[in-house]
Design a protein around this ligand. Sequence first.
Ligand code: HEC
Length: 135
Amino acid sequence: MRNRLLIGCLLFATFYLLSCDHKPEQKNTRKTIDYIKEIPGINDSIPADVTEKGKVLIAYSDCYTCHKEDQRSVGPAFKDIAKRYPVNKVYIEMLAQKVIIGGSRSWGYPVMAPHPKLSFEDAKMMVSYILSMKM
Ligand code: HEC
């Protein structure tokens, strides 16, 4: 009697395992947005003229050789960066600093080349434009 129960359980278990055997493969194909940990914080609004200037500055710089707006490339997508950081002075300054001195280790990518010729003001406008993609 016990044996039957055991066999029953085993059968059930093997069928159960077999029936969901195929599914996990499809899920591994792409890691998208879920690797981003959003940092909580207050979002300030950014004046439109600042984002406009940032957009132009980025277009004339080398940023797009490593970044794309909504896809990861050599560096993270701008939209992913926007997703991660709150839009406020502290983060804008921190990221602007990183653009100038170069960055690594935040995203598990290789390194971002430094941009020593960039002024802090310009870098802040660029970052403001990037973070404005959140909204
Ligand atoms: C040589 C390739 C390269 C270029 C050129 C480049 N980036 Fe990056 N960028 C990266 C990589 C790689 C990372 C991720 C670094 C990391 O993991 O911390 C990154 C990260 C960033 C981040 C997020 C930093 C953080 O700590 O979260 C910002 C903001 C950024 N880049 C802005 C810019 C801007 C603005 C420009 C143009 C002035 C630019 N990048 C040019 C490769 C590049």
